[in-house]
Structure formats: C-alpha cells, structure tokens
Design a protein around this ligand. Structure first.
Ligand code: SF4
Length: 178
C-alpha cells in the first residue's frame, strides 16, 4: 500500500464517506469558478483570510497549489438532513472540520506542511481576524475551494467520487495537499 492509499484508509477510519487520491492536474485554478467569490454572490466575500480579496489573486492561489506534489480528495456526506435547520447544519460542518483536523494531525507526522482546502470558508475561529489582524491559527487555516478556482464537480468526477445533488443530502468536499 502506498502512502496515499494509507491516508485513504485513515480517512475512512475517521468516518469520511469517501476518499481518493487525486491527479494534481485536476486541481486547475479556473477563473469562472473564482468568479463565484464575488460580493453579490457570496456573503463570505471580504470577511475571512481564505476568501477574496484576503486569499490573494487567482494566479497567487494557483502558484500555491503548484507547491504541492500530491493530493487526496475527501468527502463527508449526510442524508435526510433538514437543510433549513441551521443549528444542525453547523453541527454537521463542525463534525467535518473535526475529521479534517484529525486527518491533518495524522498526515502532519510525515508531512508537516500538509494543507487543506474545503468547500465553504474557514471556520476554525469564532470570528475571523480578517482584515484587522493576522490569521489567528495559520497552522490550520483551511483554504476555500472556490477561491482557488477549483471545480468540485469536475474534480470529483475525475477521481470517481460521487458528487450528485439530492434534496436533504449535504456533502462537504475537501482536498488534502502534501
Ligand atoms: S484560522 Fe481563524 S483567523 Fe485564520 S482564516 Fe481561519 S477563521 Fe480566519
């Protein structure tokens, strides 16, 4: 079993619904995805270090991605969810984040510079310090897939991982980079 296959097993043990090694070419920074991070399209715009403009321009993000040599796709999936119950949605997001941090800790033993991107914004502080002070937890700061121009649906398809929308189904997708 190679290293990425071992991390897939770790991810499954931690309760992720799916995990799969990714071809780095799949992590293409696409302007049309980044355009979704606009003030009139996303309420997180300008509110965190991981969203534009705090995360930098798309070419900077692409250059950051190019600094990694391997990636894993991981997915948390929940069914029969009342997506209007925002309190419960927060519980699910927190569970996904806990798993991400647990996997990060495992991978960091071999790869101290391991990094994650995930759907949504960074949720590791009650209130992000952007823009008045530096990131409070730079070691676990979680990048935003849309800010990096990553087309989640296309990437899932390339990795053979399910990503279909259905009423009451919630999916969180993340990319682990080493
Ligand atoms: S770790 Fe905290 S301060 Fe840093 S980007 Fe995330 S929420 Fe903001």
């Amino acid at each position: 079993m190679n290293e990425l296959e071992a991390y897939v097993k770790d991810a499954e043990r931690l309760g992720f619904f799916a995990a799969a090694p990714l071809d780095m070419c799949a992590l293409e920074a696409r302007p049309e995805i980044r355009m979704l991070c606009a003030p009139d399209k996303c309420e997180s715009y300008g509110k965190t270090w991981v969203c534009p403009p705090g995360c930098g321009e798309l070419p900077e993000c692409a250059a950051r991605l190019a600094g990694f040599h391997a990636a894993l796709l991981i997915e948390s999936k929940y069914e029969h969810v009342d997506t209007g119950d925002l309190v419960y949605m927060k519980v699910l997001a927190a569970e996904h984040n806990r798993r991400l941090l647990a996997l990060r800790e495992l991978v960091a033993r071999e790869h101290p510079k391991v990094w994650f991107l995930s759907t949504g914004s960074c949720e590791f502080c009650e209130k992000c310090s952007y823009p008045s002070a530096p990131c409070q937890k730079p070691e676990i700061l979680r990048g935003s897939v849309s800010a990096y121009g990553l087309d989640v649906e296309r990437i899932c398809e390339s990795a053979g991982v399910e990503y279909a929308f259905a009423a009451g189904t919630v999916r969180y997708i993340a990319f682990l980079l080493i």
